[in-house]
Design a protein around this ligand. Sequence first.
Ligand SMILES: Nc1ncnc2c1ncn2[C@@H]1O[C@H](COP(=O)(O)OP(=O)(O)OP(=O)(O)O)[C@@H](O)[C@H]1O
Ligand SMILES: [Zn+2]
Length: 621
Amino acid sequence: MPRERFLKQSLGAQFANIKNARILVVGAGGIGCELLKNLVCTGFGEIHVVDLDTIDLSNLNRQFLFRHAHIKKSKALVAREAASKFNPNVKIEAHHANIKDPQFNVDWFRSFVIVFNALDNLDARRHVNRMCLAADVPLIESGTTGFNGQVQPIRKRLTECYDCAPKETPKSFPVCTIRSTPSQPIHCIVWAKSYLFNELFGISEDQASDLDHTSDENNKEEIAELKKEAAALKEIRASMGSTEFPQKVFDKVFTQDIKRLLGMEDMWKMRKPPTALDFETVNAEAANVDRQTLADDQKDWSLAENFAVFADSLIRLSDRLDKLRAAQETGNAPPILTFDKDDRDTLDFVAAAANLRSITFGIETKSEFDIKQMAGNIIPAIATTNATTAALCVLQAFKIMRGDWAKAKMVFLTKSTERVINKESLRPPRPDCGVCATAYARLVINTEKTTLESFVKDVLVKKLGYNQDEVEVSNNAGVWYDPDMAMDDNDNLEKTLSEINIVNDSTVIIRGEGDEGERVNLELSISNMELDPSAAAATSESFTLVPDLQTIPKKTPAVTATTTDSAPSNGHNLPTRTTAKRSADEAELDNDQTAKRGKVAEEKKDVTVVEDDGAIMIDDD
Ligand SMILES: Nc1ncnc2c1ncn2[C@@H]1O[C@H](COP(=O)(O)OP(=O)(O)OP(=O)(O)O)[C@@H](O)[C@H]1O
Ligand SMILES: [Zn+2]
């Protein structure tokens, strides 16, 4: 069959491994669709794909496995159907589900030879990272942002894990900037989206992740006033559905609140003061607005046009909430609306309210199209970046399939006139990583006389600094000590180490259960220490650690913080390197790569150089 012939010619001895490989792709979005197509065409034998989402119109420009007719259908299922056509020899299993669901447990992860992450949020990426570490399965992590892409092969104990490098936290703004002294369009957009929208239709502002409350202490009086303002708005919310509702909201936020701010003269000594708007005047002007022009989201709306959209969307959203309330079952939490950049009603409201606020503060207004990008934290996803990144994932997978971790690389794609693709050697795990760090030592101890209790108290707590209530001790025979087993009820404590199979040449795993501040994990290789027969029992002095560890490093806070909700929606949350990227030369990129490639091709026994029958030799260095 020609397909297999060319694959064999291109992949050499690897082909058989690839044909038998069972692999997992998490995410069937921008990168996932490209990746799936590449993996299917390469002939990976069994591919599982997991995605929780359904297809949206906005996916179609780049997620090429999907067509208009697929809108609202499961991404995973449609991706399987479309990708199968590229190579019917490949078995594809689709799971329309969240990768965090319990059915996808460690044993299930262990059944794959490689896992590929093609996700768009920190939370899911972190979860898969942990599962792959627990299952000891290689993970190829990838992400794109605009023109930038990144591929990171991860292997337990060998390389940095996804959480070894700190991640950028989503941007947030001080409350006073948003509520009292905006100076940029984004401040007004955040005000409309995270404050006004939520106070009227959603959950109160204190929960908004893009508001930073750290400087509240220094602005106590203003914060107290702002709390009163929010409370007054809540009262207005109660009149939703009445004909006066739009005017009440407008008067409150664009007239009264602005007048109150103007009264704080100190605030405007160094800043341009805002101008309050008048409902009657703007409403009269809005009567002449041509509604057709409002459909154009690239147009800069005038004050009257913004007003028309504001008033209209306010009514549309109020009606929606009313209907939800009417349909609500008794006893359930009251229904709310949430902002969604792809929901026209919520976007109209946020765009118009943000622009009206910009007008009061003399800030430039933005088109609805621009506001959609800013409010949705959208950096345009670029199909070519996704495609290239997905291809780089597969090239890394070839090395991993060969077990050639020395050649596996962290690869960066950037917009550059010099070199678009750069690579870096993989780094070893960070010793204080709260997720993957494991300390190693040899413990020389008398296993016949030392009890588990003495081991926990003298070695783990006293010597190494573990917290007695947070530590777990296990070996290949099971868990012998864990914080949930109260010390008093744990019958194992009086047993000697040898009685619980902690014997010469065995391994004991110590896990700190807590998060930040708790010690990282420890793997102890045991050597039995012969004791003088007259020695009564083991004491804290009767063991040796090689190397002589003083205390075990603590897990760091940097890798346990941040949430996903406010993370940008496309392939963001790329790991941030703590050091600058190395230059191309340092990153082992020769200038005469063509010459080098020729040489590699000649030397490698498992790669076939094909002459004239059309196959392309894959050089994945
Ligand atoms: N926990 C999860 N379990 C399964 N799939 C997930 C999970 N989290 C995210 N995904 C999927 O990962 C994919 C990421 O793809 P992509 O970055 O292209 O995002 P998108 O939602 O398709 O597009 P955009 O966000 O740019 O509109 C999405 O299809 C998303 O449904
Ligand atoms: Zn790590």
